[in-house]
Design a protein around this ligand. Sequence first.
Ligand code: HEC
Length: 237
Amino acid sequence: MMRRYRNILLIVFLVLFSSELFAAESAHPGLVLAKAPIDRSDMESIKRGATFFATNCMSCHTLIYLRYNKLAQDAGITYEKMPINVKTWPYGITPPDLSLETEVRGVDWIYTYLHSFYQDPSRPTGANNLLVPNSAMPAILAPYQGAQVLAQQVSPHGVFFDNVEWYDLLTLQKQGSMTPEEFDASVTDLVNFLAYAAEPYHNDQTRLGWWVLGFLVIMFVLMYLLKQEYWKDIKKK
Ligand code: HEC
């Protein structure tokens, strides 16, 4: 008997905490992930993110599971405005499909990744990344963000750090076409769009969830009154 309860408890525990385990695994040890300030109900932000993604990312990354019909319905963006556009990629590692990226890595991970590219002439792409050391992705956003370099305190023999944010380690050498605030906002839109691409029914589900909870509360009250009614006479005897 105890054994069965133990197994059930174990399953409940695993279901509750499995996503936490995966999230912890994918972060670079020592680097604190910056919180992505996304608002998943902000459709204008998702729209801006989609446009930004189409112009800057779709020459390398696909979004094969993107629900174009849902995107057209919610944001008015059709396949013609965001066609799959991938050309051949010369640097060895094929750029991964990003349609489920926020589910795999989490929004904070992607937000931090896109912020933490820095110049590194020793790399074939001319850039490196704090979260993915020796990343094969070039610093695509550098024209907007500006050129970042590793700060002085980092050892020249490798990147050693503990419990720091990306901006503690990188300095902006020369600002790009955006101010840091504008850049943060653009990356937020981008991550918001990727979260939408991975789970386009998130907002509908949240809305439905409140209706279901409301229904359960009303049912509870009705059932309680019904129970009182049934037991009224029995209790008296
Ligand atoms: C020139 C091609 C190219 C462009 C353009 C590009 N990427 Fe990448 N990206 C790559 C490659 C290659 C990798 C794999 C890096 C590695 O694992 O070393 C990658 C990796 C990634 C990853 C990490 C995947 C993972 O889980 O490890 C994310 C997130 C990402 N790209 C987002 C973007 C976004 C957002 C844009 C547009 C702003 C973009 N990329 C534009 C080539 C590109």
